[in-house]
Structures are given as C-alpha cells and as structure tokens.
Design a protein around this ligand. Structure first.
Ligand SMILES: [Zn+2]
Length: 110
C-alpha cells in the first residue's frame, strides 16, 4: 500500500509559559520580570536540591508525600535572594498558595 506523504506542521508549538497574559492582570505585570529566572538552569538546579532536601515533606504544615513547591521566603519582588538556599523553603500546594496570597496582600497594603 502506498504511503500518504505527511507534511510537517507549519505552526510551532506555542510556549504557553511566555504567552502574553491578559492586560491589566496583576499577575501578568508582576510575573514577567521573573519569567526568565524560573526557566534558568541555576534555578532548576537549586529547586531540585531544595525538593530533595525536603524529602516530599511540606516545611509549612509537615504534610508528607506531596508535591513540593520551592518558595522564596523573601520574595524576589521584595528583594529576596533568588538562589540562596537560606531564602528557600519547600511548601505543599495549599501552604504555597496561602503564603503567596499573604505576601500579595501585604504588598498591596491590606
Ligand atoms: Zn503545607
């Protein structure tokens, strides 16, 4: 049976991590400057080190066997050291979300 020729896709895969976010979105404005940092090899390396050190245990609530998000204790936006292990903590999703919204509220002066 003859093979049907297959064309290469003309569209490249979109990098959704850098896709423009909706204008006016606070997250979009604040996320952009740190976007490159979170894609960097240095960050990926230190993130993995922190995740390993945590051994899948949340440093906030002690929950075990969970996905660990590596969080900046002093956020980058507030001048925190980006790659200093002393400024990094492993948190579960709920603890990370709570901490992030707390910092956001603080920054907004609430
Ligand atoms: Zn937690």
């Amino acid at each position: 049976m003859a093979r049907i020729p297959v064309m290469k896709p003309s569209l490249r895969t979109a990098r959704t991590s850098i896709a423009p976010l909706m204008r006016g979105d606070a997250a979009a404005r604040s996320a952009k400057p740190t976007m490159d940092f979170y894609g960097s090899a240095a960050w990926k390396k230190v993130r993995l080190e922190v995740q390993r050190a945590c051994n899948r245990t949340c440093q906030g609530c002690g929950k075990t066997d969970t996905r660990i998000y590596v969080d900046h204790v002093v956020e980058l936006k507030d001048g925190g050291a980006p790659l200093d292990r002393g400024n990094l903590v492993g948190l579960c999703a709920p603890c990370h979300a709570k901490k992030t919204s707390r910092e956001r509220a603080k920054r907004a002066g609430r």
